[in-house]
Design a protein. Structure first.
Length: 252
């Protein structure tokens, strides 16, 4: 299903001044917390499968925000670096980290980190939010940061064709969709084109987040059953096209 031509905001400025409010909104969503539990298992699995000595990994978390990925992996890797364009987000991230270097920079427009290489780069909740030109600039830069044999792990949390996306399209056709922003998506083809354009190849991919939730901030009923269902759905190839999120693991 192709993505609609929805105008993008300037993602370089969208999170300036945000921090505690963003972190609390994310932490307060029971649905996001459920999905995050599955994402954690996937990330830990990538470390186990691809790095015999995780304690020697040089890890970079791009667009690290308030540090969720960094907090998960900081204790497993040899060195940990987070970079984000918003100082306000990094201030919150620093409160939950002990041995991570935090850098405020737009690495697509500066030479920050140009002399460094990383074995693992993560980039979550960035690419589908970013405008296409920024996606391209970011991917080009991240590729230069990869050490030989290194991995880039990123997610598409706004996946075109998912049940969530289809629900919003149906509401839009009925004229009851409150915000066109909900139609912002990134298709599997767009992801594939981005990967191929930069000479990367897919090592593995994972789909998750099948069930659409009307209000993310509302407490989930039967959350343990939903978690069990989502874990089963994450292993089903038949349900894969309808999943709301996809994690891609790529390398040169």
């Amino acid at each position: 299903m192709p993505a609609l031509d929805i105008p993008y905001d300037d993602y370089r400025s969208s999170h300036q001044g945000k921090g505690e409010d963003y972190h609390n909104r994310f932490a307060g969503s029971s649905h996001r917390a459920l999905i995050w539990r599955i994402e954690q298992r996937i990330l830990k699995g990538v470390l186990r499968r691809h790095f015999p000595r995780p304690d020697q990994i040089r890890h970079l978390d791009f667009a690290c925000g308030t540090g969720r990925i960094l907090q998960l992996l900081e204790g497993d890797v040899g060195s940990s670096t987070g970079v984000d364009i918003a100082q306000s987000m990094l201030e919150v991230a620093g409160q939950g980290l002990e041995n991570t270097r935090l850098i405020c920079a737009d690495i697509t427009r500066s030479d920050e980190l140009d002399d460094e290489r990383f074995d693992l780069i993560t980039a979550f909740r960035f690419f589908p939010n970013a405008e296409p030109a920024l996606r391209d600039e970011a991917m080009a830069k991240l590729k230069t940061f990869l050490a030989p044999g290194g991995l880039l792990v990123f997610n598409n949390h706004l996946r075109a064709g998912s049940l969530r996306h289809r629900r919003f399209l149906a509401k839009d056709r009925k004229g009851v969709l409150k915000s066109k922003r909900r139609l912002h998506v990134m298709s599997d083809q767009e992801v594939a084109d981005l990967i191929e354009h930069h000479g990367l190849r897919v090592v593995e991919s994972h789909h998750l987040g099948l069930l659409p939730v009307k209000k993310e901030q509302k407490p989930l009923r039967m959350s343990s059953l939903m978690l069990g269902f989502e874990r089963l759905a994450a292993r089903s190839r038949l349900l894969a096209p309808l999943a709301g999120l996809k994690i891609h693991v790529v390398r040169v």
